[in-house]
Design a protein around this ligand. Structure first.
Ligand code: SF4
Length: 312
């Protein structure tokens, strides 16, 4: 489950072909309040498809290993790939395919993989052989759309053997406090985003600020990605239809704050550290300067789908 970069915003069909998204399978089963207006179901319905139909993708399955005509990987060393943005990596129906997906991640120790799930209770039984205390290039995030799901999923997250952990409050449909979990020192990043598409529920400025303040107290990076379509501030409801405007308003709120940087110990296939100068450097165009997601974004891939590219 995720998002043209982060949060739950997806730009139409492009989401399936965005450079920094890897969807080894597609489709999902709704499992909590945050799924009620799932964007994947919504976008599938626009194409006359049922988001409940789960299938393994063809060309996309091996994307992290895809190479260009010169034999170079399309995904560069140091890039972050968000995994299963139109499904859930730990979905039961994907059990037969997960082993191969883990193997692909093992073959790219030079790439960061961002896993996001609403099913942390399934993770421990689904880890690959040789996982040990976790692979340096894999980050696990759980969705906390409200306090109930936060209290259900974060303790499981903290109990799991992963080197990098984070939280995604998106769609942010109820106030969430994570004060009880921050002292663990395991949470490296918190992302927050309002809801989009039909039936979008309001996100409140006060909730976002309270969460940010908790993160700032523990020097944890907090990213306010977007307001969502319905945003409440000082008791007033704002209707913000454009996703670009939503992320711009989030940026202008000044609520995002960079905390202790995450350090991924990325290696080449022979296990040697990769020199900094050989690691991918994200490009941010003019449009990115006022985008709420910038702190945690993999950068603009200059896909040419907005005016960002021609100013590069
Ligand atoms: S887990 Fe994510 S992809 Fe699956 S139904 Fe819920 S919101 Fe949609």
């Amino acid at each position: 489950m995720l998002y043209s970069i982060v949060g739950n915003r997806v730009y139409g069909r492009e989401a399936e072909s965005l450079h920094d998204i890897w969807n080894p399978w597609h489709g999902c089963k709704k499992c909590s309040e945050g799924c009620q207006h799932c964007y994947m179901y919504y976008l599938d319905s626009l194409r006359g498809k049922d988001g409940g139909e789960i299938y393994r993708t063809k060309a996309g399955f091996r994307y992290p290993l895809a190479k260009d005509r010169d034999g170079r990987y399309k995904v560069q060393s140091g890039e972050m790939l968000r995994v299963c943005m139109t499904s859930d990596f730990f979905l039961e129906e994907a059990d037969p395919w997960r082993g191969e997906a883990w193997e692909i991640m093992r073959q790219r120790p030079d790439v960061k993989f961002f896993l996001l799930t609403k099913r942390p209770q399934r993770v421990a039984q689904q880890l690959p052989p040789g996982w040990g205390e976790g692979w340096e290039n894999v980050m696990l995030n759980v969705t906390c759309e409200n306090q109930r799901r936060a209290d259900e999923r974060i303790p499981l997250l903290l109990s799991l053997p992963f080197k990098h952990k984070g939280i995604m409050c998106a769609p942010y449909i109820g106030p969430v406090s994570i004060r009880a979990y921050l002292p663990s020192g395991q949470i490296e990043q918190v992302l927050c985003d309002g809801e989009n598409y039909d039936g979008a529920r309001p996100c409140h400025y006060e909730w976002v600020k309270a969460l940010r303040d908790e993160c700032a107290a523990y020097n944890v990076t907090f990213v306010f990605c977007g307001t969502g379509r319905r945003f409440v501030k000082d008791g007033k409801l704002y209707r913000i239809e454009s996703q670009h405007l939503q992320s711009e308003q989030a940026f202008k709120s000044g609520l995002s704050s960079a905390g202790k940087p995450m350090r991924f110990d990325l290696r080449d296939p022979w296990g040697d550290p990769i020199p900094e100068e050989r690691l991918y450097r994200p490009y941010f165009g003019e449009r990115c300067q006022s985008c709420g997601m910038r702190i945690s974004c993999n950068g603009c891939s200059r896909c040419g789908k907005c005016e960002n590219t021609d100013k590069g």
